[in-house]
Structure formats: C-alpha cells, structure tokens
Design a protein. Sequence first.
Length: 494
Amino acid sequence: MTPTDAIPILIGEHWITPEVEAHTPVYRPATGEVIGRTPQCDRVEVDLAVEAASRAFANWSATPAPERARVLFSYRELLEEQFEHLAEILCGENGKTREEARGDVRRGIEVVELACGIGQMAKGEVLPELAAGIDGAATREPVGVCAGITPFNFPAMVPMWMYPLAIACGNCFVLKPSEKVPFTANHLAELFIEAGLPPGVLNVVHGGRDVVEALCRHPGIAAISFVGSSPVARRVYELTGQTGKRCQAAGGAKNVLLVMPDAVESGLFGEAAAADPTLNAVMHSAFGCAGQRCMAGSLLMGIGDASDGLRDQLASAMDTMTVGDTLSDDVDMGPVIDGAARQRLVGHIADATSADLAVVRDGREGVPDTGFYVGPTLLDGVTPGHGLFAEELFGPVLGLMRPETLDQAIDWINRIPYGNAATIFTHDGGAARTFARGAECGMIGVNVGVPAPMALFSFSGWDQSFFGDLHVQGTEGILFYTRQKTVLSRWPRR
Ligand code: NAD
C-alpha cells in the first residue's frame, strides 16, 4: 500500500475499497508524514457490514463452543507469530515506544486467551427440582450482531477487549476502529480470518462520526461497545438507549497518584531515586505512552511539605528522559497522536502560567521539531479551583497538588467528575485501606502506578468514565455479550 491508497474495509470475506467522497489522513506521529487515508464510510457500508454479520450469525451462533474456541486458539498462535510485526505497525501509526507497542499487543492477546476458555465461562446454571417435578436451567445465549467503536490510544488492546469475547460467545461483530490508527485493526482482522473464522463473523468499517451514528441507530445491531472520550461515550449511550440496544461505553479519566509522607521519608523517593520503584511507577504512569492512557496518572498528590521532595526528585528524573522517534531511536517517550493534540497540550501549558501555576518542567522545550512532540511537563500548585483539576488533558502533563491530609486527598479525588483510577504509594496498610475504601473510583492501585486490570478482571470505570452496567473484559464482558435464557422443564416420572 502507498500513502495515497485508501485503506480497505472488511465486509464478509471481501476486503473492499469503499467509494466514499472523504478520507482522513493517517499520520506517522513521529515524523508528521502521511502514511495512509482512512475512508469516511457512512450508512451504506454499515448496512453492508451488518447484513454480512447477520447472515453469518445463524451458523456461528450454532457452532459448538469448543469449535469456536479452536478458532480462537489458532488466532492466538498467529498473533504470537506476528507479535513483532503487529507492534511495528502499531508503533508507526500511534507513535508508542516499541516496549509500549508490545505491551498493547500483549494485553490484547490476553483477552484472546481468556476467550479460548469460552466453554467453561459461558456454562449456565441448573437446579433440579426447582419445584416439585420441575427442573430449572439458565443458559447464556449470544445476543446477535455486536459492534465495537474504539479510540486511537490502544490500537490493538482496546479492539481486542471487544471482538474476541463477543465472537467467542457466538455473536458476529462489526468493528469501527479509530480513523487515526486503521492499520493495526485491519491486520488483526486479517489474522482472525487466516485462523479460520468464517466470513462475516468479523467485519471492519472505517470512518468517524457518521459510521458511529449509523451503528448506534442500526436496528440490526443488538449491542454496542464503545471506548473513547466521555462526551462521545455519553452520546453513544444515549443513542443506543433510543434504539433499545445494550451498551457499554467507557469514557475519559483524570487519575490521581497519591504518595504518602512515609513513602517519601522511608526512601521510596529518597537518595536512590533513580532506581526507586515508586518514582519509576509515577514516571511510568504519567509519561508512559506520552500520557495518552485512560489510566495515566495526571494529578500527583503529596501530603503537605512532602510535595517538595516529590517535585524535586521527579523534576530530576524528568530531565533524564529522551523524547523522539520510537521506530528508529531508543527513546523513553514518543510523540502524541497528531498536530491537534500537540496544539491543545501546548495551549494548556501556556495557560498554566497565567493561572499562577509553576511550570517546573516545560514540555514545549527540548523536543524534535518535526513530528507531534510534547515533552514531559510538571505543573506545580494545582488546586481544586483550577480548570486542570477536572479536565482530562490526555498528554504528558502532570499536575502537582498539596492536600494537607489523607482525608483531604480523598475528598479532592471524589470531587473529580471522572472515576477511572486512583493510586496510593505507602508502607502503611491502614492508609492504603482507608484510601481504597474511600476513593470513589472503579480501579484502585496500592503501590501500583497503572492499576489496569488484565483480561481476567473487568475494566471497571465509574462516574463520567463509564456509561452502562456491564464493563469490558472479565466476567462482565461475558455477561454483556450473552443474554440469559431460563428453561423450566416438567417431564412425567417413569
Ligand atoms: P474519541 O472519543 O475522539 O474517539 C473514539 C471513537 O469515537 C473513535 O472511533 C472516533 O472515530 C469516534 N468519534 C469521535 N468523535 C465522535 C463523534 N463526535 N461522534 C461519534 N463518534 C465519534 O477518543 P480518542 O481521542 O480516539 O481516544 C482518547 C479518549 O479515549 C480519551 O478520553 C481516553 O481517556 C479514552 N479512553 C478510555 C478508555 C477507558 O477504558 N475508559 C480506554 C482508552 C481510551
């Protein structure tokens, strides 16, 4: 493919180039060059994909679970064979470092591994003699055609949160990846077909808002999984409600990292800071994936004066970070996704000065000129009154806050409208317990900087970070992609 070729969509067994008027450029964020064109599909292509998925549903939903699992086992093998290639594609279109790209693919493969156990997970319940002479059985049935709409920041993991489990449960699927990272998604789909997935069970349609609205309104779709920003998550949740679909819509975040004084005093942030696990965890959480993670720590809290130690150690560590082209260099941090994201972040850093915040490290400086770079940034003096307190910035910009007590820190966390994650660093089990019980977030870390649950647990955001009832992955993922049928049977005694 050349950069001027339109990226194909997958309808049934055919990869086709849709005849659409508009395309959006796909960038290599590390250099800013255009590497592809994503077709802006609309209802026409959505109709085709849903028709293909509906045709495939009768056979696939009747395929025995062990047979479905066999296709998933083969898929897993191919994903392992293509692991480095997938990471390279992902690196190119998203800008992550190689290690981050590998992590993205690895987390996705773990969901496929979970899905391989579908027979065990989707077993129902039976109660003989529910009433005199009557047996009760509850089974988990596929819901029909499902669709997944995904963001740019995890081009492999987030789509794989969705379609492997949905398909393992006997559903057929239409995937709408982010228009900014279409290549990884297409390759993931190619491999699934190669693994023996029957035509139509997985379809891929590219585009933006028009495709999303068409999917949400389509009467042939039973369930929608969405991951992206909160305004769009809410919109998807509302639209799917109007058409009576199931919906799980994960949104944005503003995650807190709280370092207790004992963690600072006891050396966690002490002399050997460079090798310090807490400092590394904070750095990794705030600046990993250039801060473009829904689990990224974006507010750092120290208690009172302990914040000074935090700030100084962190600033020194930030000075040692290298930022650059993740495909060709051995760097700590890559670019943000596009020019618009860069402009937005640069604007926030500029605004910080006029909002009386101290710019301790300024990400506008010391970064390559070409490509979409923002360096690690530390802003000191954030309070609940600042706009930065409640706004998701989605970049390598960390705000430092100074609550006086643990209780005040928890109170501040609970004023943030999002509810994805919060982490405490401490040696004090009592403080950790108070924090874990009191912080109103769906995912809590205790000495874990990015408390992202792996495939076995659900990704359990709260408040503005999630709209719906059943989260992606884990047990809730299986419940979302299946519906219960209850059968009561009475047979004459012989
Ligand atoms: P986004 O909301 O801009 O886009 C997500 C998807 O929605 C894309 O497929 C996009 O094409 C589509 N879309 C965009 N605008 C739309 C509109 N107006 N109407 C209908 N569809 C639209 O998100 P993004 O910038 O790609 O990803 C970053 C966001 O995703 C951040 O807010 C991040 O926190 C969030 N995120 C959340 C989780 C989670 O689990 N909670 C995980 C990853 C990312």
